[in-house]
Design a protein. Structure first.
Length: 103
């Protein structure tokens, strides 16, 4: 797991052909906009969140974000414990994101 600045996260994501973008915010937050191609798994769903993570390919590189970087940091820690090789937390989260946004 690594915490990446907005610039590092965006640059690394752009160059990664094994990337998977994971949005761990609530559905209500996602309705306000999201990073294109992100899959939403709400971390507040508890055990259901764990089950959803278990269905993912552990060999992909996960770029994880939430609103400010706290929940995504927690998600990266959980993923690391579950055997995911690479999980990158977006410091500052979606609220500081200056890249492309989908609605």
């Amino acid at each position: 797991m690594a915490d990446l600045s907005q610039e590092q996260w965006a640059q690394q994501l752009k160059e990664d052909d094994n990337a998977f973008i994971l949005d761990v915010r609530t559905e209500e937050e996602v309705e306000e906009g999201y990073i294109p191609n992100a899959k939403n798994l709400n971390i507040f769903k508890g055990q259901a969140f764990i089950y959803e993570l278990e269905a993912l390919d552990k060999d992909k590189n996960y770029y994880v974000y939430c609103k400010s970087g706290g929940r995504s940091g927690q998600a990266c820690g959980i993923m690391s414990q579950m055997g995911f090789k690479n999980a990158y937390n977006l410091l500052g989260g979606f609220q500081e994101w200056t890249g492309e946004i989908a609605q």
